[in-house]
Design a protein around this ligand. Sequence first.
Ligand code: CUA
Length: 343
Amino acid sequence: MRTGRWLRAQTARRVRLGALAALAALAVAACAPNAPQTTLDPKGPNAQTISNLIDPVFWVAGIVFVLVEGMAIIFVIKYRDRGDNSPEPVQIHGNSRLEVGWTLIPAAILVAVAIPTIATIFKLSNKPANPINVTVTAHQWWWEYNYPDLGVVTANELHMPVNQPLEIKLVGADVIHSFWVPALAGKTDVVPGQNNHMSMTGSTPGTFLGQCTEFCGLSHANMRLKAFVQSPDEFKAWVEGQRLAATAPPGGSPAEAGLALFAAKGCSGCHTVEGVSAGKVGPNLTHLQTRTSFAGSMFPMNPDKLSAWLQNPPGVKPGSKMPNLNLSGDEISKLVAYLETLK
Ligand code: CUA
């Protein structure tokens, strides 16, 4: 006969197995051999300062977690109702030594964590010496970068020379966003009407991924960015390239027909191409082909992806402000030919 006790033991075993499986799934989900957006592998002094705070706080919080949860589990098991009418455990309500202890110890731990935290906040808000000024404007759903002292405007892909800080002014064009390149610096909210500041330095050349980290609508997840930390010479060459006027497509080419469509279809009303148009709604396209990605760094820069994009922007990027212009295949191929000349 299967008794009630047998059934209870069976259920408890199932619950234990289920809990173990859930824990294992959680642990496995946290593993990533290739995590390009990690804050735990800092590549610049600002990110390093944050990492130096994360490590001790993690250990303090970890030890507290294990002690508190461990005791909770022990007590749940030890003092559970065994269904055998055993008496209630001894109650300790009113034990002032215990109560003072578990009030003072957490207070002391919080103070110990607060001191380095506040010091880090002040350290990160220091303005760097000899910075490059960049205004980062957050749009639904892409990033605009304006280097006012260098005369460069670009989108989604941020360039910076190694070991030289960027002093960033964050401007919100519509709703609240948050700018984050985990390997280089912490998150800072971009709030319309309130220009926040942050600084960021890359100490290792490389490409670092980032993204908007404040929910900002349908394509929040598609509001990505790349930061290129370059040697001073590479950065200088990039700046010089960005300052050139747009190249004119050769006469009689499909690209020239594309340029005509660029005006006729209204693209020029939203996009700037230096010397051609002055639209401010979408990204500046003057040197589009110097970028490796487009549409909030969502797609790699190639003719196929550009064609798919022109065919139906909101279809490939939910909520895209760029409308579906119902272009024909012929118009799309001419426009893409033109976009391909914007080097
Ligand atoms: Cu912008 Cu989320």
